[in-house]
Design a protein around this ligand. Structure first.
Ligand SMILES: Nc1ncnc2c1ncn2[C@@H]1O[C@H](COP(=O)(O)OP(=O)(O)OP(=O)(O)O)[C@@H](O)[C@H]1O
Ligand SMILES: [Mg+2]
Length: 383
């Protein structure tokens, strides 16, 4: 097959794993060690936080794969009002059934399962307090897995939407099993602001003590490597100048890395070139900015009231080349006293739209928000 017809290997889609994972090696290593280490490892309770599109869901999937390769099974918890019921009534019974079923060898790669076990009774849904049920179900599963030297990984994505009481039930159950030396791990992921809010509730002590992983942008070197390797996976050569430029444009933000790669790939297809060159990357720069605006920024601005929007426009106007802006300068531009902005500033921080790179300063959290705002038809320059 000619490389011109090869499929685009870049994946600019939320929740979809990239062809080549950039910059998460050491996290994965720590996680694998944690599973092998035993219930005393701090990596048995993990909290992954990161801005939108920073790669939380992808990392959770990687953790699930890593767990599977050590013979562990994954239970996915969903952050809705049936989070605990879902585990008790479907995920755990299914896992138990799979242990008995013909697929058990595949589920637990490389681990032989002696057959025949009791059929699992489905939990009584009329029960008021699900806590003992979740604990007893998990114990049953963990006891079965223990014989094979494997354990249970529970993952929870979009933690910020979880119900605090149910989270408490889940955390209590995991803690209970860990205390009794069962092989179990809990990994939850969500937006930093949402997680902070959640952790202020009582009853989240265990989660609060979890090891926290803040996902940062991918560093330049790892990013360059990802571009080269991903293109190569698609049977196309990317020059090192092209990869350097792509890394520079996408600023280490995983979603824009996939976007930049995908558009440069498409450009080279249109140019009938089986090499991706710097000119092709450069040619899609504006489209990257536009798409970031359409797909990431515009949706995140929908709910933002005018008062807060004005602050965002002020930052966009004052920021030179994306540099941070002092709150004093923002207030000055808006013609108000700095403390008049404190409520709105707090709201913007909790929405994850801006961050405090240094005391008294603000900047946008994600790349190209500034460009998006300045190009917006709603933008009226503040004078
Ligand atoms: N380590 C990585 N290397 C390369 N690409 C990545 C990496 N992590 C994520 N991506 C890509 O970035 C995009 C966003 O990833 P993901 O959906 O995991 O983000 P997220 O943090 O879960 O976003 P959200 O906050 O919307 O849930 C996807 O296109 C994915 O393929
Ligand atoms: Mg996600």
């Amino acid at each position: 097959m000619s490389s011109m017809s090869a499929r685009n290997p870049f994946r600019p889609t939320f929740g979809v794993s990239p062809t080549v994972l950039a910059g998460r090696d050491s996290l994965l290593q720590s996680f694998k060690l944690g599973l092998a280490e035993g219930p005393g490892s701090p990596f048995r309770a993990l909290l992954i936080s990161g801005s939108r599109g920073m790669g939380k869901t992808v990392l959770l999937n990687e953790f699930e794969d890593a767990a599977a390769s050590q013979g562990w099974i994954t239970l996915r918890a969903y952050p809705d009002n049936s989070m605990v019921d879902g585990l008790v009534n479907s995920a755990i019974p299914e896992a138990l059934q799979n242990l008995d079923g013909p697929q058990s060898k595949r589920m637990l790669s490389g681990v032989a399962i002696p057959g025949i076990a009791t059929v699992t009774a489905i939990a009584d849904p009329t029960k008021k307090d699900p806590t003992p049920t979740l604990i007893s179900r998990l114990r049953e599963l963990a006891t079965r897995l223990q014989k094979h030297g494997s354990g249970i990984l529970i993952t929870l994505d979009e933690l910020q939407s979880a119900n605090v009481d149910l989270l408490h039930v889940l955390a209590t159950a995991v803690q209970d099993l860990l205390r009794d030396d069962f092989d179990i791990a809990l990994v939850a992921a969500g937006l930093p602001e949402g997680i902070d809010r959640l952790l202020q509730h009582e009853g989240t002590t265990f989660i609060r003590r979890a090891e926290r992983i803040l996902l940062n942008p991918v560093n330049h070197e790892d990013s360059v490597e990802m571009f080269l390797d991903t293109a190569a996976e698609g049977q196309r050569h990317m020059t090192s100048e092209a990869a350097e430029l792509a890394a520079q444009i996408s600023k280490g933000y995983p979603y824009s890395m996939q976007l930049t790669g995908s558009l440069a790939w498409a450009r080279s297809t249109l140019d009938n070139s089986d090499t991706i060159q710097a000119e092709q990357v450069d040619a899609v720069r504006d489209e990257v900015v536009r798409r970031m605006g359409m797909q990431v920024h515009e949706p995140s601005l929908h709910q933002v009231p005018d008062g807060e929007l004005t602050i965002l426009y002020a930052i966009a106007q004052l920021s030179k080349n994306g540099e941070m802006v002092s709150t004093g300068d923002i207030a000055h531009l808006m013609g108000v006293k700095p403390n008049a902005l404190s409520m709105q500033r707090k709201q913007l921080l909790s929405r994850g739209l801006v961050e405090v790179p240094k005391y008294g300063f603000l900047n946008f959290t994600l790349p190209y928000m500034r460009e998006h705002l300045l190009n917006s038809p709603h933008h009226r320059p503040i004078t």
